[in-house]
Design a protein around this ligand. Sequence first.
Ligand SMILES: Cc1ncc(COP(=O)(O)O)c(C=O)c1O
Length: 225
Amino acid sequence: MVKALRQNQQLLGTTAPTSGNLALRNILARRALTSKTHLSAEQIVITNGATEALNLALRAVTQPGDTVAVESPTFHGLLQILESLNLRVREVPATAHCGINLFALEQLLRGAERICAVIVIPNLQNPLGSIMPDSHKARLVQLCAEHATVLIEDDTYGDLVDTEQPLSTLKHWDRSDNLIYCASLNKTLAPGMRLGWISAGRWHDRVEMLKHSQSRGVRRCRNWR
Ligand SMILES: Cc1ncc(COP(=O)(O)O)c(C=O)c1O
């Protein structure tokens, strides 16, 4: 431990900022432009992987007992997060062709039950591998906005897709600040670093407060201050 502290002397005297390293946030904001996502470093909070980002997003916009819609099938870790937060789940069928079924989602949103949030993985859905076409992304964003249901985007795998035309994010189509964007560097940079990030739009301050109360700032690298 003493050796580690000698090698990382800044750990002795400084605490990590809650939102995470500013240089890293600047890089993430620049990289986001490739998926047509316009963000500034100030709109980003670094997290302990996408897992913490999804936890924070859900905690920011729901209360225990609320209902959240997810794609079916979806990433099992998401179901564990929802269960740990005491949230109810409604499953909406999804296909390997274009992801979540918008007709089924619309029926659900029009129903009597209040759906507080919809969580989707638009690019390389886990486990289906689907990539939503742009028209589907735009309609999904619009549909959630019409029903005042928060859309949570899990873009854990977007960076892995190697296409001539970079994929757009749902965030790109969000005109009414009704979306929380969650991403991970664990699949592209290094799984051991447990780095992810969140851009929560109008819930930014709430997410920053929750992050501070939950785990304070993330510091992962010797030269990051
Ligand atoms: C769709 C999806 N979201 C989130 C995660 C969690 O990502 P992280 O390792 O960055 O916490 C995974 C992990 O495998 C995943 O498949």
